[in-house]
Design a protein around this ligand. Structure first.
Ligand code: SF4
Length: 361
């Protein structure tokens, strides 16, 4: 009923909505390198990096990836391990694995420099409706919506939609409505502007923004006093706690023998289970059951807490100085200074950072 209000009463004013939104965008948007290109490959790269990553952090990775692999053929030829290593620190490593796999598929299918059809792009690993829509609209100005979290929020408020946007029924409803809102003459501009408006202005906490909002006259959420309550999400799944102990084996000393350093060795292994950090390296690690999960033990014995979307990881480490490396299946003896050559999990990097003072350099 309310959505009908919007389109029935405001449809003649759609031009006005676009005008206000585009004016706001012209004056307020951030200058970002992927906005200055129409290269599908570069836009795809930026979109994958920016999933689950803040713009400031993603920018640095985007520049590094483009410099190292300037086109899809170059990325397809890279080793997966190299791609994972360059991705190190960004988390959600399946994005990097899919990026690499997708580059190889693009080349194998003869779609280089980059596919232009929505359906072809959507068929690549790691690409959903949002990313495919973003690529075809930003790169080729094709009339597809790009619904990221910011856009869901703006649409929910503009149209006063109180259906949870992250259920399949909710997604269908929002998709139908954004199709009606989309400016088919200027899809590139419309998608860029509404995303940026959600990211910078129609933010989760509104403060006084509504009172001077350029879209206020068209906003049903504002008119009905519901804006701050929107969008609605489905209840979140329970976060699972996990406990890890890393065993850091060290053999050798940093002695100077006739001016030369004696190498120091350690032991690492690649995670092979289809679990978090698949195919990344870490020190041998044991996982504990929840029996050690009392508040007391967490606080005293597991000083690292690392949050993933549905898991809270607690970790600690034990250093073992040994004369002979233990034989642990699946492990690899490496020189300490070779650690940087491996794609390490984020938690391993945090452990390393903290213990740097007490370990070899
Ligand atoms: S009036 Fe408020 S809720 Fe509506 S679009 Fe503007 S900032 Fe968002």
């Amino acid at each position: 009923m309310q959505i009908c209000d919007f389109f029935c009463n405001f449809a003649p004013k759609m031009e006005n909505l676009y005008r206000q939104l585009y004016n706001w965008y012209a004056q307020n948007h951030r200058d970002l390198p992927w906005r200055e290109t129409e290269d599908g490959y570069a836009i795809w790269l930026s979109e994958i990096i920016l999933q689950q990553t803040r713009v400031a952090q993603g920018l640095e990775y985007y520049r590094r990836f483009i410099a190292r692999w300037p086109n899809v053929e170059a990325l397809a030829k890279a080793d997966e391990a190299e791609v994972l290593r360059e991705w190190q620190g960004l988390g959600y490593y399946s994005r990097a694995r899919n990026l690499h796999k997708a580059a190889q598929m693009i080349v194998a299918n003869g779609w280089a420099p980059f596919p232009t059809r929505f359906e072809d792009i959507r068929s690549l690993p790691g690409i959903g409706d949002y990313t495919a829509g973003a690529i075809v609209s930003f790169a080729y100005n094709q009339p597809y919506p790009a619904m990221d979290g910011n856009v869901y929020r703006v649409v929910a408020r503009l149209l006063d939609i109180d259906e949870a946007f992250d259920t399949s029924a909710g997604k269908k409803l929002f998709h139908k409505e954004i199709e009606r809102l989309l400016d088919r003459e200027n899809p590139r501009l419309f998608n860029s502007a509404i995303m940026e408006f959600g990211a910078l202005y129609c933010t989760p906490v509104l403060g006084d923004n509504c009172s001077i909002c350029p879209l206020q006259a068209q906003c049903l959420g504002y008119a009905h006093g519901t804006a701050e309550l929107l969008p609605v999400r489905k209840p979140r799944p329970k976060v699972r706690d996990r406990w890890f102990t890393y065993h850091i084996y060290i053999k050798g000393e940093r002695l100077k023998v006739k001016g030369e350093r004696t190498p120091v060795y350690t032991l690492i292994r690649r995670r092979e289970a289809k679990d978090i950090w698949y195919h990344l390296y870490e020190f041998p690690c044991e996982e504990h059951s929840g029996v050690q999960s009392t508040e007391h033990r967490v606080q005293t014995d597991f000083p690292f807490t690392h949050l993933l979307s549905h898991q809270r990881l607690h970790a600690r480490y034990i250093i073992h100085k040994v004369q002979k490396m233990p034989e642990i299946p699946g492990t690899l003896v490496i020189r300490w200074d070779e650690l940087n050559d491996f794609a390490l999990s984020r938690l391993t990097l945090r452990v390393l950072d903290t213990m740097r003072a007490s370990l070899p350099r």
